[in-house]
Design a protein around this ligand. Structure first.
Ligand code: ATP
Ligand code: MG
Length: 421
């Protein structure tokens, strides 16, 4: 019997895992540098949290959740996204009282989808949420933070930002009514999902990718014609800030989040670098969510980045994810010196933080050890043998450069090994 991984699940091994980690670290560093704090949330929640927090009439809740009864008969789901849990935890832990909060989370999400390039059933998201700030500066700064992430990863050129406003309150309701009035007599021409959503979640129809539905929508009323002054001020101010920050963007009037608790700004970063999957990050303002999940009304905005798609993009657009498991490889010519080698390796790690140091503990002939040193990708072989011990030195062999081997006192080693990782 041979075990295989479950469809849509992946093993990230060796280099792939390390490259994903490099990307995650860049994302986390950026969020920390903006003063965001980590929250760690459960992978399992009551299914109800998502049907309310993500919305009944969404693909996620209608078709994509991994839902089951536990042994006590409770209906649970593997989390398909992070925002609902974040809000649930914030309410439960009293995080939203009288102050603003900036939180980030990272980890796997689960959706039962058709697996393909850039689309998996378990995938990683990194997200950030800011609570308690009502003005458009919250969204502007979130956008600035995400741009800084693309910049740091060297992929900003391959990504475009689209923004839109979905208004709030009465203007949204008026548009919703107008949209239904336009579509209802034409319902026969809609695809089946959209027809169903005419009753449950008509705004979501604007997001449909079905060509016939898109064609029908050409003549539909435009949300922008329904915005009131407050909606416009919010959106204009947000755009003014983005302009001042010299952030390039495109207004896409079709970009929507279909649910009532989304308000004002929505945004999405798109690319053509990940096959058919074009969104690498999505977010916006959701002033109504905290209240709809049972908390006190709290303005909020946030985004989620699809880490796996960012990794794919970064690896494809340029080999910018510079990853090497080992920088310095200790070759121990005689097993008698193993204790000395292990000790020096540790002191080297202490004196050059971040340096990746491996000691050859497999042993064998020097030629075998040098071969392993080379295969490890290391830049330097550090050699301890009879001669070195007698003279209290270490030999350095440059594995990737034409350079004469040198014998140095241990104390000078750190300075000699300038590393880039
Ligand atoms: P899509 O339209 O691609 O299905 P979505 O609107 O369902 O995306 P969100 O719920 O907004 O996606 O999630 C935020 C980000 O998470 C997406 O922009 C994408 O990068 C990533 N993502 C979503 N679903 C998957 C998946 N199944 N596999 C890998 N990444 C995903
Ligand atoms: Mg989806």
């Amino acid at each position: 019997m041979e075990f295989r991984r479950v469809r849509g699940m992946r093993d990230l091994v060796a280099g792939d895992a390390e490259r994903a980690r490099c990307v995650e670290e860049a994302l986390v560093d950026a969020m920390r540098s903006y003063g965001y704090e980590e929250v760690r949330l459960p992978l399992l929640e009551a299914s109800e949290l998502f049907s309310r927090g993500v919305g009944e009439a969404t693909d996620i809740v209608e078709k994509e959740m991994y839902t089951f009864l536990d042994r006590g008969g409770k209906q649970l789901s593997l989390r398909p996204e992070g925002t609902a849990s974040c809000v649930r935890a914030g309410i439960e832990q009293g995080l939203f009282h009288r102050r603003s909060r900036r939180l980030w989370y990272a980890g796997p999400m689960f959706r039962y989808e058709r697996p393909q390039k850039g689309r998996f059933r378990q995938f990683d998201q990194v997200g950030a949420e800011v609570f308690g700030v009502a003005g458009p500066e919250a969204e502007a700064e979130l956008v600035q933070m995400v741009w800084s992430i693309w910049d740091r990863l060297g992929i900003a050129d391959g990504i475009a930002l689209e923004i839109n406003t979905v208004g709030a309150g009465r203007s949204r309701q008026a548009f919703r009514d107008a949209l239904v009035a336009f579509l209802a007599p034409r319902a026969d021409a809609l695809d089946a999902d959209s027809r169903r959503r005419l009753d449950t979640n008509p705004l979501r129809i604007l997001d449909s990718k079905v060509p016939s539905t898109r064609a029908l929508l050409e003549g539909a009323p435009e949300l922008h014609d329904f915005l009131d002054d407050l909606d416009k001020v919010h959106f204009d101010e947000m755009r003014r800030l983005l302009d001042e920050l010299r952030m390039p963007y495109r207004v896409n009037p079709r970009l929507v989040r279909g649910l009532d608790y989304y308000t004002h700004t929505v945004f999405e970063w798109v690319t053509d670098g990940v096959g058919a999957q074009d969104a690498v990050c999505a977010g916006g303002r959701y002033d109504g969510l905290v209240e709809s999940l049972g908390g006190r009304a709290t303005p909020a905005a946030g985004f989620a980045i699809g880490v796996d798609r960012v990794v794919l993009l970064a690896s494809e657009t340029q080999g910018k994810i510079d990853y090497r498991p080992v920088d310095a490889y200790w070759v121990v010519l005689d097993r008698r010196f193993m204790g000395r080698a292990l000790d020096m390796a540790q002191r080297l790690r202490d004196s050059v933080p971040g340096l990746r140091v491996r000691t050859d503990t497999a042993g064998g002939k020097p030629a075998a050890q040098f071969r392993r040193a080379d295969e490890s990708g290391a830049r330097w072989a550090l050699i301890v043998g009879e001669d070195e011990i007698a003279r209290d030195r270490v030999s350095v062999k440059w594995l990737r450069e034409e350079r004469e081997q040198a014998m140095l006192p241990f104390e000078e080693l750190g300075a000699a090994l300038r590393t880039t990782c």
